[in-house]
Design a protein. Structure first.
Length: 156
């Protein structure tokens, strides 16, 4: 069921993707907050700028994770077993995202930490759409790659 994964490449690219998504999400929330200028609510999940911004986070994740998937697969010349490897990569990245989110946003107290309820229920459905985007991005990339190579071969 799970294909062999190039672990080091997958882990490094996960870190890159996670950092890029985090920077873009924070930049979006801060930009919206600058425009809206809402009052301080005390909790991030109650901030109107954050509430507005979070609906765009799944899209940001797709925009980032699909090119990160391209970076992972770009050195592969053989298309055999791509879907299996893409599923394995998606599950691996999802597991890392779940772990880092739990530790960084729920377990460790910090200015942007949330209670488990606020994180997993208060951000519904956006947090789950983000996780779905992370899981499916490698599969979306592989589907596009195989479709493109089929069209190229048909033209030749």
């Amino acid at each position: 069921m799970f294909a062999k994964l190039r672990f080091s490449r997958a882990a490094v690219l996960f870190i890159v993707g996670y950092v890029v998504v985090t920077i873009l999400a924070i930049a979006l929330a801060m930009s919206v907050e600058a425009v809206m200028q809402p009052g301080y609510t005390g909790k991030m999940v109650l901030n109107p700028a954050y509430i507005f911004s979070e609906r765009f986070y799944p899209l940001i994740n797709l925009i980032v994770w699909i090119p990160i998937s391209w970076l992972y697969f770009m050195s592969r010349k053989d298309d055999s077993g791509l879907y299996s490897e893409a599923r394995t990569l998606g599950v691996f990245w999802l597991a890392l995202a779940l772990l880092i989110d739990f530790v960084g946003f729920v377990l460790i107290e910090n200015p942007i930490s949330l209670s488990p309820y606020d994180f997993y229920v208060g951000q519904f459905p956006w947090i789950y759409l983000i996780y779905l985007a992370i899981l499916l991005s490698p599969i979306f990339y592989v589907a596009w790659r195989l479709r493109s190579s089929t069209r190229t071969a048909a033209r030749a």
